[in-house]
Design a protein around this ligand. Sequence first.
Ligand SMILES: Cc1ncc(COP(=O)(O)O)c(C=O)c1O
Length: 481
Amino acid sequence: METPLVSILQSLSQRKESPFYAPGHKKGRGISAELIELLGEKVFQADLPELPELDNLFAPETVLKRAQEMAAETFNAQQTWFLINGSTCGLIAAILATCNPGDKIILPRNCHQAVFSGLILSGAIPVFLQPEYDPSWDISYCFAPDTLNLALNKHPEAKAVLVTYPTYQGVAGNLLEIEGITHQKGIPLIVDEAHGAHFLFHHEFPDCALSLGADLVIQSTHKVLGSLTQSSMLHLQGSRVDPERISRALRLVQSSSPSYLLLASLDGARAQMDREGSLLLDKTLNLAKSARSQLKSIKHLSILEQSSYHGEGFKSLDLSRLTVKTSQLGLSGFWVDRWLGQNRNIAAELPNLHNLTFMITIGNSAQDISNLVEAFQALIQEVGQSAEIPLPLMPPLVNDILELSPREAFFGKSEIINHSLAPGRICAELICPYPPGIPLIMPGEKISQAQLDYLNAALQQGAIVTGCQDTNVETIKVLLN
Ligand SMILES: Cc1ncc(COP(=O)(O)O)c(C=O)c1O
């Protein structure tokens, strides 16, 4: 069968029955009129629990097992797990599957907050690598392979290496060399490929992490392919990581009542890629290239290009990501995002202080691209090129080792103090502008004035900060001295 989960769900959703199982809405009969109006009836008829015919997420034997096997075949993995709590739970599980409490793991400082949750839950000790940083764009890319080499020589006892590939802006580092260096030490390479599930299906994208030899790869299918929000996949190849330990870790971080809507959406998205992936992505790339060349031709606009930066941290670029520099217009990315939303109903994926990133996927149309280009033309006409506004650059990211492990800092005795007293104190919480979800300050890290200044500027420009008890960051939770 082409789509085991979609097909069984279709048949069960139409079955006439007297349901005495959860969910309580019983195939939509108990759903409010407002929800039926919003979503229709069919979605509730298919919102079914782990009925015997639907298999079991934690012990798959039939249709779910088959759907995961088919995904593994498509993505060239040895084994694939469907995830219902996003790449977030996949990253946490990957760390739990490779590190015991006190084990060192090598990873870039600019990784997603899910990785920091994994550090807190596992008790692993992070050894941070400085990613390459480009001040002209205020963006951190990947780390250089040499940086990893030095770290592995300094910390030969490390148990795993974790890489973000690509970054939110679609920048791919030198994963081939990173893989060689990591495997020379005999330890697994975990790749956060949340933004790269589409790479496999078109040769113009950067090479996908599994093809470059990664052991564990976590992909947010929902971000870049056609599955529902929160649905992701974790792929394994090789024998460096025990598959049973991955299953055990996933049981800790996923619900025991998985949504079959999410699971079936992964099955459908996989089948869609099997059938017409390269065609759809060809169309996507053509749209993205057309947007890129039209935006580039607008006076005063710069788009992040492969040629924008020369360094090992920027090996290739996913051309379906468009990052536009706004600081040279005298505007922050947050301001431009607000303007686009209010005036043109356009929302970027990732506004930042100096730039903003648009994501073009299989769901976009030529009309979307014309709207985007016209919106930027109108914006430039309205604001011209204002004087540069003083926006701080991202402060350099910390030392390789923290003052305390994220876990010790998370569970340590803490107090809440005014932010003006925070420099020099050790942070007890995660302070994280979202998106991109890369913590600016993390538990266990000594707080600097430069970090607070950058955070303050981002807040003033409209950034949303998450992860901490005071999201205006007037007060900060720090460890007791
Ligand atoms: C680089 C990166 N990794 C992991 C995640 C978490 O993915 P998910 O939203 O699927 O849990 C994100 C989400 O934005 C991300 O940007």
